[in-house]
Design a protein around this ligand. Sequence first.
Ligand code: NAD
Length: 353
Amino acid sequence: MRDFVLDQPGGRVVFGAGSLDAVPGEVRALGAERVMLVNDRHSRTTAETVAARLPGLVVARVGRTATHVPEHLAADAVRLARESGADLLVCVGGGSATGLAKAVALETRLRILAVPTTYAGSEMTPIWGLTGDGRKRTGRDPGVRPVCVVYDPVLTLGLPPALSAASGMNAMAHLVEAVYAPRVSPLTVTAAIEGAGALARALPGVVRDPADLAARDEALYGAWLAGWVLGTTTTGIHHRICHVLGGRYALPHAATHSAVLPYATAHNREAAGPSLAPLARALGAEDAAAGLWDLAVSIGAPTSLAAVGMRERDLDEAAALVAAERPVAGVRDLLRAAYAGARPSQESNEVTP
Ligand code: NAD
C-alpha cells in the first residue's frame, strides 16, 4: 500500500553546456525590467557577462556573499533591493549566493532566477537560512524557490577538485536522506537513486580532470536531482547535525556534510531497513554507509570532523544542541564516529579501527 506526500516544485529548469546564453531570454520571459544581480566573488566575471547582455536592465549589484547568510549581509541586500526598485533577483554562484538572494526574496517577495556554479542544490528548494549570534535559522517558504534555474556545466569547470568533491558529497547527502525520509514519494526515491548513481559515476572523473566537461555535465545533473529531491521531501538527522555544526562552529558547509554523511547513514541503517539497498547498488557498494565513505576517500573529500576543523572538546555540546532540536538516541556516538573518521563497519554504527 502506498502512502506518500510529494511537495512538487513548479520552477523552470534550463540545463546544458552553454546555457548561460539563455539567461537574457529567460529574464525577458519573466517580464523583468529592473534586475538586481547577486554573485559571489568567483562569479564576478560571469555576472558581468550577464549584465552586459541585459543592457539597461541591471539596477543593482551585490558582490559580497558568505556561507550561511549572515543576517547583516541579508539586511544590506534587502535594503538595496528596495531602494533600487528591483523586480527580479538574478543570482550567480554557489549556495551562499543563492542563499543571499533567497534572504532578499523572503523579505521582498521578489522572484529569483538562479545560475548555480556548485553542487549545493539550494536553487531547487524552498529552504532559506540565516545566521546570527552563532545560530542558524532555517525555514521553508515556496516564495524563495527560484522560478527559473539555468544550469550550465561550463560554469563549474573552475571549481577546484577539493571543492568539487565536498560539494558533490553535499549533494549526495540530499539524495541519501530522501531515500529513508518518512512518507517519501516513489518519484522522489527514483530521482534520488538516479542522482546518487550520477554523482558516484561523475565525481571521480571530475576530481581526476576538473576540465572534463562530460564528467561536469553528469555531476551537475546529479546535483540538480539532489536539489530537486531536497525540495520535494524532508531531511533527517544528517542535515540536522550539519545545520547545528555549521551555525555554531562555523565549519565549512559542504565539507561538513561530507564528513558526517557515512556515519549518519550507518546510524540510520536499522531504521531505514531495505530502503538503503538500492542506494548501495547505485554506489556500486554492498553497504551504503561504507560505499559513501569509500567514494569520499576516493575523491579526496573529508571523512572526519577533525579534518574539517571540529574540536574534540565541542562534541558533547554539539550532541546536546542536536538533541535539543529533536531528541534522538545515539547522536553522541554518531558525532564521535564522524570525528574519528574510520570506515563504518557493515554490521553496526561502530567503526573499524
Ligand atoms: P559557497 O557558495 O559558499 O561557495 C564556496 C566557495 O566556492 C566560494 O568561495 C565561492 O566563491 C566559490 N565558488 C563557487 N562556484 C565556484 C566555481 N564554479 N569555481 C570556483 N569557485 C567557485 O558554497 P556552497 O557549498 O555552494 O554553498 C553552501 C551554502 O549553501 C551554505 O550556506 C548552505 O547552508 C547553503 N545551502 C542551502 C541549501 C538550501 O536548500 N537552502 C542547500 C544546500 C546548501
